[in-house]
Design a binder for this molecule. Sequence first.
Ligand SMILES: O=C(O)CCC(=O)C(=O)O
Length: 330
Amino acid sequence: MRLAGSASFSEGSGAVDRSTSCAYLFDMIGQSLPQPTTDLATLRADLDTWGYCLAKDLLDEDLVAAIRQRLSDQAAGERAAALDYRFPADAEGDDVNQWVYLLHNKGTLFHQLALHPVARALAAHVLGADHQLSAIDAHITFPDNKAMPLHTDQWWMPQPRMPGERHNRQGDLVRGGGPFGEPAPSTTAISPPMVLNFMWMISDFTVENGATRVVPGSHLSGVQPTGEPRSDEVQPEGTAGSAIVWDGRMWHGSGINTSTGPRLGLTTFFCGPVVRALTNMTYATRPEVFEGLDGDMKRLLGFAPWNGYGATDDPLADFARPGVETAGEL
Ligand SMILES: O=C(O)CCC(=O)C(=O)O
């Protein structure tokens, strides 16, 4: 594994401003940054300490090859049919990369990723035993792309406030609207993680092909990045079939692909059961796909009420019912 920008950390020479950076953690904890591992206890500890972890060798070669083929075919098919999604340059700063959404509709082999025991164990560790899928999408970074601005995945989470202070109105928060600050740990209470991004490496992730950039320890800062690149970013590399996993508060963004081929990332993005999912799973799941889902996958997609939330007519039912099956005007 190579870490872009790691020189600033390892030199310990003041290359990074220790009053504002999470670099101080190296001195305080005396640990190295997360390394790829298959040990679940280490993965959990890395998530807690650094805000991300590197889960090694989760999928065997044949499964990775099958997923890569299905994803590549789907991406090419969507592009040929002019259904491919690229963000407008003024929205995400990049209009080269392709996003392939709602992968659970596009091949049952993708369901294995959402149901994978390590993914579920880490989702449970961060979010609790009950969690849902917020998205199951691929992010394919192509050569000549732009770096994604640093961001967190829960910019919409209100900051804690002391009694008497004006509270943050959740519905008024805007993406990219701060509060901004430095990634050093907060000295006051911060919000918990509400989402977990489990980014599967369907091809090798390298510095050259735009591996995800992260700012270690930034999940404890309680603030948002401005989007600008930073000297304390690192860019962990990993092999296909592995995953980089991060806490929703972590500062991160995809990298620049200077290689000659695409980087295939696939996120099974988990959220707590009262968080609105990024993609509208219950509306978007195709009927023939729904028919083939088992209970666990239905629960992950949000078809099951959670303590009454997400119910249709019966809060205690195992699964919500579509409108056509509920009572209308009588
Ligand atoms: O594709 C990547 O490396 C990062 C994607 C990302 O930032 C996100 O899903 O929030």
